[in-house]
Write a protein that binds this ligand. Structure first.
Ligand SMILES: CC(C)(COP(=O)(O)OP(=O)(O)OC[C@H]1O[C@@H](n2cnc3c(N)ncnc32)[C@H](O)[C@@H]1OP(=O)(O)O)[C@@H](O)C(=O)NCCC(=O)NCCS
Length: 456
């Protein structure tokens, strides 16, 4: 089963130190409010101190994602995180229960890894519209508004993980990382990878929760595409207390290096097979490693466990080292590969200069963006150290390669996992001259395959 998108549990403390309005301090977008008012709908920011309103908002999100009503435990667990986000509701004051929003969205600020370092992004989640109010422009108004608010807060990029691949291109988001679901037959293979000199030990949930933030953070910085997590979004990897059965079934292993320093963890669950006690299914909820050594040790630990007939690992990188560390790579099946992280560039200069490049070189990016944020002809100049300068481009010339692309394609290219020359073949990038997209390949492709291993 594909990993579920569970936005309601996602919370992250947003802070801003850039001398521009903080995302959380900004009001609702007036253009969006006006568009919704024409439909007889009211756009409002949720007051985190209004417990009743927060409960109704949460129930609306559960309804939107076809989940059961939220329980008291789920309310209690999430309440501390609400203040860390902009939570918006669209209200129809004419319905029988007007306190429950007919549409929801939330947004918060988070770091996202790119080649060479982090960029601050507006993470967007909880996009729901009641089935009674669908296709009246509520999602368009909310998303457009939150993109304008994120830009006003000085955030160069917006990020989302999506339930459907058909919705977000029109808002300027492009698929920027892919994720693979793995199904592994551990009894068919033998570990042939490196021997990790440290120690894998089983730890309890409390110990794990204490170690997890630093380990997760160190791990996510190793690949472009990793988003910073805190609050329930991070805790969710270890099972939430509001779901005690699921929580108790989780197990945790930590890898410590030879100095005794924790370098990685895995959160997993085994389900016994009723027909064969020696063939349990082990699901890897998250494996995060700060070093190659920790990654190898934790995989080996999972694959050599007794009584396990299948290991399932959703949302893994499309470029795992694992198949190269076993004697029978066909024991590792990729059951699905799908787009995962979607990015929307709001400030092309800040977004493109936030990362490093495989350059040096120069390419003009002629970006079309009906919403305006990224539109323009931008000269990307990369120096010998891979650092970029982005300026308004001069007139086209034969001296500089030039490509034409939409804003969503720019988002796809940002972490460096998508090859511009393939998008040129697909007709998504136009070349001024043959080979111009290949010139961009040489700059933007990341030496490390981008990966996001969580939903938010
Ligand atoms: C997806 C959802 C948010 C859309 O809300 P909505 O208010 O009906 O959307 P809008 O009326 O604003 O439509 C905006 C545009 O998206 C398109 N669109 C909306 N939902 C779509 C879908 N499921 N698939 C494809 N296109 C869709 C509309 O056709 C419209 O396109 P256009 O403006 O280019 O003509 C809503 O159906 C929903 O809540 N679904 C369940 C939860 C979900 O999947 N949320 C997304 C989480 S990532």
């Amino acid at each position: 089963m594909p990993p579920r998108y569970v936005p309601i549990e996602a919370r992250c403390a947003g802070t801003s130190v850039r001398g521009v309005p903080d995302l959380l301090g900004l009001p609702v977008d007036l253009e969006s409010a006006a568009a919704l008012a024409e439909q007889g709908l009211r756009l409002a920011l949720l007051d985190p101190a209004d417990d009743g309103a927060v409960r109704e908002w949460r129930q609306a999100v559960h309804r939107g994602f076809l989940d059961p009503e939220a329980t008291e435990e789920q309310h209690a667990e999430a309440v501390a995180d609400v203040a860390g986000r902009r939570n918006l509701g669209v209200y129809d004051d004419g319905i029988a229960e007007p306190g429950r929003p007919v549409a929801t969205i939330d947004a918060w600020e988070a770091p996202l890894s790119l080649p060479g370092g982090d960029v601050r992004v507006a993470a967007i989640s909880a996009v729901t519209v009641s089935p009674t109010h669908r296709r009246r422009g509520a999602a368009r108004a909310m998303l457009g508004g939150e993109l304008r608010i994120a830009a006003a807060a000085g955030l160069p990029v917006a990020a989302i993980t999506v339930s459907e691949a058909t919705i977000y291109d029109r808002f300027g988001f492009g698929p920027a990382t892919s994720a693979a679901d793995l199904a592994i037959d551990p009894r068919r293979l033998r570990w042939t990878g490196p021997e990790a000199p440290g120690r894998v030990q089983l730890v309890g949930r409390d110990r794990m929760l204490a170690d997890a933030p630093a380990l997760f953070e160190a791990a996510r910085r190793r690949t472009p595409g990793g988003i910073g997590l805190s609050g329930l979004l991070l805790t969710r990897l270890f099972g939430l207390a509001s779901d005690p059965v699921e929580m108790r079934s989780r197990r945790f292993a930590r890898y410590d290096d030879t100095d005794g320093v924790p370098q990685g963890f895995v959160s997993y669950r085994a389900i016994e097979s009723e027909s064969d006690f020696a063939a349990s299914t082990l699901t890897v909820h998250h494996l995060a490693a700060a070093t190659d050594e920790a990654e190898a040790a934790l995989w080996r630990f999972l694959l050599e466990m007794d009584l396990v007939g299948e290991v399932r690992a959703p949302l893994r990188s499309v470029d795992e080292a694992l198949p190269w560390q076993v004697d029978d790579r066909r024991a590792i099946r990729t059951t699905a590969v799908r787009d995962h992280l979607w990015l929307r560039v709001l400030d092309p200069v800040a977004a493109l200069t936030a990362r490093t490049y495989s350059g040096p070189g120069r390419v003009v990016l002629d970006v079309t963006d009906p919403a305006g944020f990224a539109a323009g002809r931008w000269l990307l100049s990369v120096d010998a150290d891979g650092r970029a300068d982005v300026t308004a481009a001069p007139d086209p010339s034969d001296a500089v390669p030039e490509v034409a692309l939409g804003a969503s394609v720019l988002g796809s290219l940002l972490p460096g996992g998508v090859r511009p020359s393939v998008l040129a073949r697909a007709g998504r990038i136009g070349e001024r001259r043959g080979g111009d997209a290949a010139a961009l390949d040489r700059l933007v492709l990341s030496p490390v395959t981008p990966w996001l291993g969580v939903c938010f």
